[in-house]
Design a protein around this ligand. Structure first.
Ligand SMILES: CC(C)(COP(=O)(O)OP(=O)(O)OC[C@H]1O[C@@H](n2cnc3c(N)ncnc32)[C@H](O)[C@@H]1OP(=O)(O)O)[C@@H](O)C(=O)NCCC(=O)NCCS
Length: 265
């Protein structure tokens, strides 16, 4: 039986230094893990932070739970961006880039370079902020990810050979590592699922990410937010990740909006 090693557990820290325009990202990437499901009593406050268009998009989703999660993720993104930009959350201008990738609006081009990307799992939202374009992806270890020809769609021939050779109990882990690496790579440029995953070698035989140069000239960092999740970050240069876990949306709301007028929690 072959085991797969080499993935690092993320060491999530409470906030020590908050993001701020006075604390430039330089060669750092800030990674935030936040709850995906907002408590009901905070929905009005969170809804207050997003734009009318974002609200329309959320209302267009099926079911109250999905609507609440969409509002929560967009509000959380705005709360975090507002710290880097020192602006009220609703004043953050977002635009759509290549492949539909959300990017910071031209209105902020005088600010220091700031890029972001996000990903959702059932329980968590994962956000990355850096001074250069980045892609981030999180997936829960769930057997429904496998089957229905997914291996052919996602794994390269070399990865598929490796997948077949390892113990069945390790296959889901191997598959999801490849999946998050490739999604992160695709999301960095915005190509999304337009990237042909099965032609890309993202994993080495031992299940770790390909070193620079093999996975489309990007640096991919695999990490394990929890035993139950796999995640990856893709950047063009190796950046030092700083991991922050926010346990409660209240905490983010209070810290971000403290001292600002007009945003009652
Ligand atoms: C980007 C994509 C791969 C994300 O897949 P996913 O696993 O379902 O979703 P995740 O939770 O990881 O990420 C979703 C977030 O990624 C961001 N995102 C959306 N499109 C993106 C893109 N093209 N590139 C990078 N990030 C993108 C958004 O912030 C989105 O969150 P939101 O829906 O709340 O706004 C998928 O939405 C996709 O491929 N969409 C189609 C775009 C595409 O393929 N375009 C190329 C056509 S050739």
């Amino acid at each position: 039986m072959t085991s797969i090693s080499g993935i690092r557990s993320a060491h999530w820290q409470p906030w020590r230094e908050e993001p701020s325009p006075h604390r430039p990202l330089n060669s750092r990437v800030d990674i935030f893990l936040t709850p995906a499901v907002p408590p009901d009593h905070l929905l009005p406050a969170l809804t207050n932070l997003i734009t009318a268009d974002e609200l329309q998009g959320a209302i267009g989703k099926q079911g109250n739970a999905l609507q609440a999660r969409t509002i929560c993720s967009h509000a959380t993104l705005r709360l975090l961006l507002s710290l880097y930009l020192d602006l009220p959350p609703r004043d953050v201008r977002l635009e759509t880039g290549v492949g539909g990738k959300p990017i910071l609006g031209q209105a902020h081009k005088k600010m220091p370079e700031l890029h972001f990307n996000l990903s959702h799992s059932r329980a968590f939202n994962l956000f990355g902020f850096a001074a250069e374009p980045l892609g981030i992806d999180i997936e829960e270890l769930s057997p429904i990810a496998l089957g229905n020809g997914m291996e052919e769609l996602v794994l390269s021939p070399a990865e598929r050979a490796r997948f077949q050779s390892i113990d069945a109990s390790n296959r889901l882990d191997f598959f999801l590592r490849a999946w998050v690496c490739k999604e992160a790579i695709a999301k960095r440029t915005g190509e999304g699922l337009g990237l042909d995953f099965c032609t890309l070698d993202a994993l080495q035989d031992d299940g770790t990410a390909m070193p620079n140069g093999k996975a489309g000239q990007v640096h991919v960092k695999l990490f394990e937010p929890f035993k139950s999740h796999r995640a990856a970050l893709a950047t063009s240069a190796p950046l030092a990740p700083s991991y922050v876990r926010i346990h409660a949306i209240e905490d983010l709301l209070t810290r971000t909006l403290e001292g600002r007028d007009g945003y009652a929690i």
